[in-house]
Design a protein around this ligand. Structure first.
Ligand SMILES: C[S@@+](CC[C@H](N)C(=O)[O-])C[C@H]1O[C@@H](n2cnc3c(N)ncnc32)[C@H](O)[C@@H]1O
Length: 380
C-alpha cells in the first residue's frame, strides 16, 4: 500500500521516504546489481509469506465480492486484471469459464502464478480435494500436467498435494489460460524512469543532483502500451493499484540513493531534499495515474456495456486515532478518472462506494467504482 507522505513530520518523512522502506532487503539483494528488473522480481519473492497472504486477503475481501458481482452481471468474454499481484482481491473461480479470455497482468512475473496456484484447491464436504482446473472441460489449457484421467472425482492422476507455504498441487504448471502477462501497466512510465535513473545516478556527485536528475527523468518516457488491443475488453479491473504509484518506482530510486550516498549525508541535507522529494513523488504519481487511466480507457470496449472496476485508498487514519487524511495526490487521480470515464454507483458495488480495510498500521477507507468509458477521440 502507498506510504502516505502526510503521515510523518517532515524529518521523519524524509528519513523514511528518502531511505527505502525495503532497505533490509535492498542491502542483501541489490549490492550486486542496480537493475530495476532484479529489484522487481526480488521484491515479489520477499512478500511471499502465509501471513502476508492472509492479511491482504482479508483487507481486499470486499473488492473480491464486488468483482464477483460484476462478472455475474456482465458475463464478460474478455477480462483484463491489471496489477493482478497475488490475486487477493480476484475471484478466480468466477473468472474461469471455457472460451473466456482472461489476462492476469503484473510486472512481477511470478506473483499471479503464485496467486493462481494458491487458489487452485478446495475441499468438498467429504474432505476431498477439488482442483479448479481439473474440473474444467478444457483442463489441459489451464495446466500443462493435466492428464485427462481422474484419480478421484475432483483431481486428475497427476495430482499430489503440497502444504507449504500454502496448499496447492505440486504438479500445477501454468498453460495457456489464464494468460499471464508481464507488463508495466503505467504504459512504460515506471519502467522508463527506473531505466534512466539507474544509469544517470552513477554520475551524480550529490543527493541533490540525483533528485534533480530524477525529476528530469520524469519529463519524457518511452511509451510501451499494455499489450492488449484497443476496445477489446468487456471488463477491466484496477483494484488497489493507484495507491501503489505513490510507492514505486520512487522506492526503487530511494534504494539507489542509499547505495550511492550515506544515510548521514541524506539526513544532513534534508531541508533541501524534502521539497525535491515531494516534487519527484508527485510527478511520478501523477504521470503514472494519467497513463494507467488512459491505457485502461484504451483497452475497454466502448459499447455502453463494458465496465472498469476501480478501487484505491482514498483516506487513511493517523495511527492510533480515528482522524483520517486524504491520501496525497488522490484528488489529481480522481480528476484524471473523470476525464476518461463516467462513474457508476450501481448494484455491483453492493450499495457501497466506500469500504474500510486494515492493513499495516491504521485504517484505510477505499473508494470503489464502476467506470464507463467516455467516447473520446485522439487521447492515445
Ligand atoms: C496492492 S497489489 C493489488 C492487489 C493484488 N490484486 C493482490 O492481490 O496482490 C498491486 C499490484 O500491482 C502491481 N503493480 C504496481 N505497479 C505496477 C506497474 N507499473 N505495472 C505492473 N504491475 C504493477 C504490483 O506488482 C502488485 O502486484
Amino acid at each position: 500500500m502507498g506510504l502516505s507522505r502526510q503521515l510523518e513530520n517532515p524529518v521523519e518523512k524524509l528519513r523514511k521516504s528518502l531511505v527505502s522502506p525495503k532497505s533490509g532487503f535492498g542491502q542483501n539483494t541489490l549490492e550486486k546489481s542496480f537493475f530495476w528488473n532484479n529489484y522487481i522480481s526480488a521484491s515479489g519473492e520477499n512478500s511471499f509469506t502465509r501471513e502476508g497472504f492472509c492479511a491482504c486477503e482479508k483487507a481486499f475481501a470486499e473488492h473480491k465480492q464486488n468483482i464477483s458481482r460484476l462478472i455475474l452481471a456482465l458475463a464478460p468474454d474478455n477480462i483484463a486484471i491489471l496489477g493482478a499481484g497475488y490475486l487477493n482481491d480476484i475471484p478466480l473461480a468466477d473468472l474461469l469459464e471455457a472460451g473466456r479470455t482472461v489476462y492476469l497482468m503484473d510486472w512481477q512475473e511470478q506473483a499471479p502464478k503464485v496467486g493462481v496456484s494458491r487458489l487452485l484447491l478446495r475441499k468438498d464436504q467429504q474432505n476431498n480435494y477439488n482442483c479448479l482446473f481439473c474440473k474444467m472441460s478444457t483442463g489441459a489449457e489451464f495446466c500443462r500436467n493435466f492428464t485427462g484421467e481422474f484419480k478421484s472425482e475432483g483431481v486428475c492422476t497427476a495430482f499430489e498435494p503440497l502444504q507449504d507455504p500454502f496448499v496447492t498441487c505440486k504438479h500445477y504448471e501454468p498453460a495457456v489460460e489464464p494468460k499471464f502477462v508481464k507488463a508495466d501497466i503505467t504504459g512504460g512510465v515506471a519502467g522508463s524512469f527506473a531505466a534512466k535513473i539507474e544509469k544517470q545516478i552513477k554520475s551524480c556527485k550529490t543527493a541533490k543532483d540525483a533528485f534533480i536528475k530524477a525529476i528530469a527523468c520524469t519529463e519524457n518516457y518511452h511509451y510501451s502500451p499494455i499489450p492488449i488491443e484497443d476496445d477489446s475488453m468487456d471488463l477491466v479491473t484496477s483494484s488497489m493499484i493507484l495507491s501503489q504509484f505513490d510507492f514505486e518506482p520512487y522506492t526503487y530510486f530511494s534504494t539507489l540513493l542509499e547505495q550511492h550516498f550515506t544515510r548521514e549525508e541524506l539526513i544532513k541535507h534534508e531541508s533541501k531534499l524534502i521539497p525535491l522529494m515531494e516534487k519527484l513523488r508527485t510527478r511520478l504519481f501523477t504521470l503514472q495515474a494519467e497513463t494507467h487511466v488512459r491505457e485502461t480507457h484504451r483497452i475497454v470496449k466502448k459499447d455502453g456495456k463494458a465496465r472498469v472496476y476501480l478501487s484505491a485508498e482514498l483516506f487513511r487514519s493517523y495511527p492510533g486515532t480515528d482522524n483520517f487524511f486524504l491520501v496525497q495526490d488522490m484528488s489529481i487521480a480522481l480528476q484524471t478518472l473523470d476525464k476518461y470515464f463516467y462513474f457508476k454507483f450501481d448494484e455491483c458495488l453492493g450499495g457501497k462506494a466506500l469500504s474500510k480495510s486494515e492493513l499495516g498500521q491504521g485504517v484505510s477507507i477505499n473508494q470503489c467504482y464502476c467506470l464507463v468509458p467516455k467516447a473520446l477521440t485522439g487521447c492515445k
